[in-house]
Write a protein that binds this ligand. Sequence first.
Ligand SMILES: [Zn+2]
Length: 256
Amino acid sequence: MSLTRISRIRRAKPIAVALSAAVICVASASASVAAPDPSGAQAAAGQWVEQIGTYDSLVSPDYDGMVPISAASSGTTLGLGTFDQLDGEMVVLGGVLYRVGTDGVPVKVPASLTTPFFEGIRFQPERSGPVAPGTTCANLAAAVNALSGSDSGIVAVRVRGTFADLVTRSVPAQRPPFAPLSQVVAAQTVFPLGQRRAVLVGFRTAPDLAGTGAPGLHLHGLTADRSAGGHVLSCVAGSDVQLSVQRAEGVRIHAG
Ligand SMILES: [Zn+2]
């Protein structure tokens, strides 16, 4: 397996290169060389986000599953993504893959399914802390930055507890020629879940890794009873929500 390493780039544009290599590593310009952090948080040694495809390629748009999820998911315990033809939202919890289709019901699926976009990590949270009640998902990115002590690179995120209001969505399978993602989400199925216990997982991707993942904080989730979930559109934290974060060295994009 060939390996190409790209580091210290300000903006990731690895797509053309990724097609000719088995794995592309894209490191944050600062994630692994940060000055001593008063918070004590450090990027977990050797922990990378294992990835298939890139967000840029997904929204180009190209929703064709390239390779099985298993090409990158081995050993990962937390993650998100989608499936061939954009057929539902993927949530990875405890190493178990779930698909949430437009019926809103999470179903366990095998890693043999193909995907155009997957991000996963062996989640080993470095820091955890309470989320102020009333905090919205829109404001969680700032909390992630503060807790992780980093506003660069990529940070794995888990948010767990009772949400006063939680809204998720899924999207229907697409057929070529693919419509832009903006048109697809206009026809998304929205699940207003209300007050629910849930776990939300995903990644905060900073501008120095733009294009590899969805910009900002991208969360998918499942309710505690595993009866509902999807891509998180909005949330409001209740009184017992805990945020856990893990800074990664960067992303490893598996092309096959
Ligand atoms: Zn999503």
